[in-house]
Design a binder for this molecule. Structure first.
Ligand SMILES: Cc1cc2nc3c(=O)[nH]c(=O)nc-3n(C[C@H](O)[C@H](O)[C@H](O)COP(=O)(O)OP(=O)(O)OC[C@H]3O[C@@H](n4cnc5c(N)ncnc54)[C@H](O)[C@@H]3O)c2cc1C
Length: 382
């Protein structure tokens, strides 16, 4: 189905992003997967090309482009021609806006230019070994001591955890209040901050996912992000865009799997005919095409709503739920249609299958998305 939310400038931008991904990312993907980490240079090159922190004002090194469609295109082209493990949108559009929207002028001037150039890589640390879905249950805490905070605890499963230079870290600031959290800007060289190992994962092999440890890290007041007692509400606010970003990634991934499978079924023969001619294949592809068109159209409308500042937490949860579940179904069908080849590493569909599994888990699980949607229609559990 023809998509109707883009104009000529978006199309031109898409062409330039595609060239960037083909030249600067695709040739390195196998090496990055082997190393378990994206080369930092890729962030710098993306920065040079103006692909990082596009929303930031020019005085901070950005382009002043708030229109989410540009980020959507970046995600789509990264998934299609680059690699899903290259988390440049997590850096730019998932973490960066915390500094852009909550930061003081001093914080923005100090931190944002390095983020826009790709010298300073961003991550966000909410999850702990005992608190993922239930973020308000986190144990990492920060105590005010004179003019600075002292932060102690640990985080796990943190994306860009090894490459990251600056992390937005959530910590409890009010001991006996579940939602009494604050957000802190923790820099890689702060005393008491340590990274754990690069965690081995089922998929997203080039993405560095790590544990982070904080042993009485002295955090100056200038590194406190927003009201130190309103961190929970700030997290809830930014999770809306995080879920939209994930939804865009999921649908793009599913679209690529569909296209790869169209190519494969056209070439592969069995019982003297193309496997594309079997009714089962034709029906499976037809079903997927219809589901993808519906989901893409809904998601594009979510992007339009988001650009107007009107995307609700419930609708973003619907988008993430629908697209990530569909991504999982599409990957499974596409591996099946590839037969044994679909299980072999050398076929891209094989690694796409494992890359896709996490979409139903991170940025809030499918079950949490259903909780949010259910509450939105007045169905509370109590
Ligand atoms: C590759 C990867 C990258 C990640 N990157 C980051 C990152 O950069 N920063 C960060 O902070 N976190 C990150 N995460 C963490 C991720 O967001 C959490 O793993 C996720 O939110 C789930 O939390 P959990 O793992 O603690 O699972 P749990 O919360 O323990 O959930 C276990 C199961 O219980 C279910 N469940 C929990 N609560 C409910 C409920 N109320 N109703 C019904 N079912 C429920 C869940 O849906 C799930 O099926 C990442 C995770 C992965 C795997």
């Amino acid at each position: 189905m023809k998509r109707i939310i883009f104009d000529m400038e978006h199309d031109m931008f898409r062409d330039s992003v595609r060239k960037f991904m083909q030249k600067e990312v695709a040739p390195h993907v196998d090496d990055w997967r082997e190393a378990g980490i994206v080369d930092r240079d890729a962030f710098r090159k993306a920065g040079e090309q103006g692909l990082l922190m596009m929303w930031a004002d020019e005085k901070y090194g950005g382009l002043g482009i708030e229109d989410f469609r540009y980020e959507q295109i970046l995600i789509e082209e990264n998934v299609r021609h680059g690699d899903a493990s290259f988390f440049l949108s997590l850096h730019s559009r998932l973490v960066g806006p915390y500094i852009g929207k909550l930061g003081t002028e001093e914080q923005k001037q100090y931190f944002l230019p390095g983020c826009a150039s790709g010298e300073r890589i961003l991550g966000i640390a909410m999850t702990e070994s005992g608190a993922g879905s239930d973020l308000a249950g986190m144990k990492t805490h920060a105590r005010l001591e004179g003019d600075h905070w002292v932060l102690t605890g640990s985080k796990t499963f943190i994306s860009n955890g090894i490459n990251g230079d600056l992390f937005v870290v959530a910590a409890r600031t009010v001991p006996d209040k579940r939602h009494g959290l604050g957000l802190f800007l923790i820099e890689g060289d702060m005393v008491g901050f340590e990274r754990g190992r690069n965690l081995k994962k089922m998929g997203l092999k080039a993405q560095d996912t790590a544990e982070l440890f904080f042993d009485k890290v002295k955090v100056p007041a200038v590194n406190v992000l927003g009201d130190p007692h309103k961190g929970f509400y700030n997290l809830m606010h930014f999770l809306v865009e995080e879920r939209l970003i994930n939804a865009v990634g999921s649908i793009s991934h599913a679209q690529v799997a569909f296209d790869l499978t169209m190519d494969y079924i056209g070439e592969r023969k069995a019982f003297g005919q193309s496997i594309a001619a079997f009714q089962n294949t034709r029906f499976k592809m037809a079903e997927m095409r219809a589901q993808l068109d519906v989901a893409q159209t809904f998601l594009d409308q979510c992007v339009v709503q988001h650009n107007k500042g009107a995307l609700t937490a419930e609708t973003a949860a619907e988008a993430k739920l629908i697209t990530s579940e569909l991504e999982g179904q599409v990957m499974d069908e596409c591996v099946q249609l590839h037969g044994g080849s679909g299980y072999m590493d050398e076929y891209r569909i094989s690694r796409m299958y494992t890359d896709a599994r996490v979409s139903r888990i991170y940025a809030g699980t499918s079950e949490i998305m259903k909780e949010i949607i259910a509450r939105g229609i007045g169905l509370d559990s109590r």
